[in-house]
Each structure stands twice: as structure tokens, then as C-alpha cells.
Design a protein around this ligand. Structure first.
Ligand code: SF4
Length: 436
């Protein structure tokens, strides 16, 4: 079946032991012989960013043109439109563009996405350099911002007014259960988030389609968090992404010449807790960038104890990123963490009831086998996690497909897993049906 989200990146083929590939600097790299069943810290070091030629820095060659943008811009249209920027323009995922009806295409085993993910956009792009991210600054050397892949897919740029026009015609029957504004690191990010949010809430009742903010704390203040609440945002999340300060620093901070600081992310997360209140704030976490299962699940518990939620994704080596040579999170590691996270987030199990082996891997989920069977068979634990939609609290509206895996080896299920999927998940977990 054709699938617009199924575009294969070189990284899909790069995670087998013994494989070789060439880094952007031409250096031959071989995936180590020993590939454990989890991504250990030592094995997950990003490449260092290279120097960008002066003529490509800061979107300079795009800004040297004066071509006006014309409606929808599909990645690789390859015209240089410096005025195609937020707040007038936003980018949206392929899945959202298909669901909105402005792009053709089908998605493997999915009808549509329930979350309209919007991304602020500028010709000079995000000014941070996160090692796992397709939007990172170092990519200006090889790709214009509007053409960069992000979480495995392309992101068309569309006038915000067109999006609002389409959804405002009949919000109640829209496929979307939620809209989300993703901020990036840019001096205009806060002001433009407010403008985009207002453009939405002016014409679309946030009760009909609630709005989430996926924030970039580096340039934010507490007042900015408050302003998003005052303008009608429902949930505020922080893209913490890394599960420990060491992984954070190596993938998002000094390690890759990026401006982010763990302490600033926590400052804004605490502001969100105060301003948005219980169940209305949370953090994004990527699993498999070098933290242990014990570490990431302690973080999940900490967020629950604060009154929030974790939204969890599986590390995937994004093509063109500084980690595109590294292995995707092994499915057994990912399934253990996905299951344990669901138990902590939605079933009241605590991390201290669980047991871990000497490498920090989950060895006991802290509940009876029959109860665990029921949770596994229900399948919700393995769906894409994120802010809730209109179905139930533990079913995410944000089911954008295949952001963390190819459809041939699904990490987060963007649909309700069927019997054959559960069979596969059980195999990955190495948990046969309990006979209790
Ligand atoms: S701040 Fe966000 S968009 Fe920018 S490089 Fe980091 S992860 Fe990517």
C-alpha cells in the first residue's frame, strides 16, 4: 500500500552491527560489533557539527532573494521565498496536511491524524543545534529550512490564514481533536506563537478544538507561559527530550554548540505546573539516547508526582542529523519503557514498585502477571503518546504516524493495535501470555 509517511531515509539501513557508512566529512564509520539490547550512554555519542560556509549561514542565500511566497510550499519546491515566515506562515506535518485536505496521499493503516501540528517557520530556521533533530542549525550547510525533514517526514509550509479558514468552517466536524503549536529556537518565537494562537482562538472555539503549546524554554519567561494560558491554550508541554542532564548536555547543550540548558527547561516546566495546573502540563522525552530505563522511568514518576504527564517517543536516527549514524532504540528496550511509563502515568503503579537489573533494565513491572496481561492486550500503552483527544484521557490526539519509526517496524502505534500487533509486541517484550 502506498504511504506518504513511508519515505525511507538512509538511516533506516544504518543500524545493523558491522555496517559502514560515510559521515558528512567523508570519514568512514562502522557500527560497533557489540550491539546490546539497549542504547547505552557510551554508544550514543553524536558527531560534532561542522563549520557552515559563511554564504549559507543564517539563511543568508534565501534572504538574498525577494520572491514572494505563493500559497502552499511543498518541501523541495526549491524556490527561495524569504517572506515565507511565521506568523503568516507555519509548517505542518504531512499527516496534518493530508487530514486538512491540502495535500494528497494516504497513510499506512491510518485514515487521518487527530492533531493539527503546526511548526513556526523562518528562512534562517531554528537557531539551536540538537543532535537528533532534522531542523538543527548545522543543516543550513546542506538544506534550506523549508526543505528539511523533521521526525522522519517533510513539513509543507502553509499560510496560517488558510488553515484557520478551513477548520473554522465547521470545527465540530473537523478530524482534529487538538491543535498544537511547536515553538523553535528563534528570537521571534514567543511573539509569533502568541499571534498564531490568537489567530486560531479568534475564530475557533478552543472548547471545540483545544490548543497545546510545545514550548522551547530557552528564550521564554514565566510571563510568556502565562500569556499562552491567557490567550486560550489548554495544555503546555516542554520538549525536554533528553532524560538526564548528561544526555541533555551532550545532545542539546554545550556538546553540540547548542544553547539549551537543563535548568532553564525545568524552570519553565515548573512555571507551567503553577500556571496550567494538574493534568495540563507535561514533558516530551525521547527514549534510547543513552539514559537507562531506570533513569527515564524515574523522570516519568517525577512528572506524575508533580501532577503532569510524559509524552514519550522512541529515538530514531533522523537522516542528516548529528545522530543519524546511531542505532534506533532496540524494540525490546522501547517496549519495556513504553509499558512501564503507561503503568506509572495511567494505572497508579509507582517506579519503586518495579524492579530493575544491574544495567537499569526493567525486570519486574510491580503488578500481577494477569493484570499486566490485560494492560498489554488492551494495547493503549503502545500507541503514540501525547496530549489527550476526545476519546479518553490515555488516548492521545497526537497520533501523527511514523514520527519515530518506519511503518515496517512500528515503535509508536498511531492506531489501536490489532491482535497480530499485540502478538508482535509480546514477542518484543518477551512476555508470553500469563497462565496464572
Ligand atoms: S530546539 Fe527543537 S527544533 Fe530546534 S534543533 Fe532543538 S529539537 Fe530541533
Amino acid at each position: 500500500m502506498g504511504c506518504i509517511e513511508q519515505k525511507k531515509t538512509p538511516a533506516d539501513n544504518r543500524n545493523k552491527k558491522g555496517d559502514s557508512y560515510f559521515s558528512p566529512s567523508g570519514e568512514k564509520v562502522t557500527v560497533p560489533d557489540f550491539v546490546p539490547d539497549f542504547n547505552a550512554f557510551e554508544a550514543m555519542a553524536p558527531r560534532l557539527p561542522e563549520k557552515t560556509p559563511a554564504e549559507r549561514r543564517n539563511g543568508r542565500h534565501v534572504k538574498a532573494n525577494d520572491i514572494p511566497p505563493e500559497g502552499v510550499y511543498l518541501p523541495n519546491n526549491n524556490y527561495l521565498a524569504p517572506h515565507m515566515k511565521s506568523p503568516e506562515y507555519v509548517q505542518l506535518s504531512n499527516a496534518a496536511a493530508i487530514s486538512l485536505g491540502i495535500m494528497g496521499g494516504r497513510m499506512y493503516r491510518c485514515e487521518c491524524t487527530r492533531c493539527l501540528n503546526l511548526l513556526l517557520t523562518y528562512p534562517e530556521g531554528c537557531r539551536a543545534n540538537c543532535a537528533y533533530c532534522g531542523l538543527a542549525r548545522h543543516r543550513e550547510a546542506e538544506r534550506d529550512y523549508a526543505d528539511r525533514n523533521f521526525i522522519r517526514v517533510d513539513w509543507p509550509a502553509v499560510p496560517m490564514a488558510d488553515i484557520v479558514d478551513i477548520v473554522a468552517r465547521d470545527p465540530e466536524s473537523s478530524p482534529f481533536h487538538r491543535m498544537c503549536i511547536s515553538m523553535i529556537t528563534h528570537p521571534r518565537s514567543e511573539a509569533d506563537t502568541f499571534t498564531v494562537l490568537e489567530a486560531w482562538t479568534d475564530r475557533i472555539d478552543p472548547e471545540a478544538i483545544p490548543v497545546s503549546i510545545l514550548s522551547n524554554p530557552t528564550t521564554m519567561t514565566r510571563d510568556d507561559v502565562q500569556r499562552t494560558r491567557d490567550l486560550g491554550a489548554d495544555i503546555f508541554t516542554v520538549a525536554l527530550d533528553a532524560a538526564t542532564p548528561e544526555v541533555f548536555d551532550r545532545t542539546r547543550g554545550k556538546g553540540v554548540q547548542s544553547p539549551h540548558k537543563w535548568s532553564k527547561y525545568w524552570e519553565i516546566l515548573n512555571d507551567a505546573k503553577d500556571i496550567f495546573g494538574p493534568e495540563k502540563f507535561g514533558a516530551h522525552i525521547i527514549v534510547g539516547m543513552g539514559e537507562t530505563e531506570h533513569e527515564v522511568l524515574n523522570l516519568v514518576q517525577e512528572l506524575v508526582d508533580m501532577g503532569g504527564h510524559s509524552h514519550m517517543f522512541c529515538f530514531f536516527p533522523e537522516g542528516g542529523s548529528l545522530m543519524d549514524h546511531l542505532p534506533a532504540t532496540p524494540r525490546d528496550q522501547w517496549r519495556r519503557v513504553q509499558l512501564a511509563r503507561y503503568l506509572i502515568d495511567y494505572r497508579g503503579v509507582r517506579v519503586d514498585q518495579m524492579r530493575f537489573d544491574d544495567m537499569g533494565r526493567v525486570s519486574d513491572y510491580g503488578i500481577a502477571g494477569s493484570e499486566l496481561d490485560d494492560v498489554i492486550d488492551e494495547g493503549i500503552a503502545f500507541r503514540t503518546s501525547g496530549c489527550p483527544g476526545k476519546v479518553r484521557e490515555d488516548i492521545s490526539a497526537c497520533d501523527r504516524p511514523y514520527g519515530d519509526s518506519p511503518p515496517s517496524d512500528i515503535a509508536s502505534y498511531p492506531f489501536q493495535p490489532k491482535k497480530k500487533d499485540i502478538k508482535r509486541i509480546r514477542k518484543q517484550l518477551d512476555i508470553p501470555v500469563s497462565v496464572e
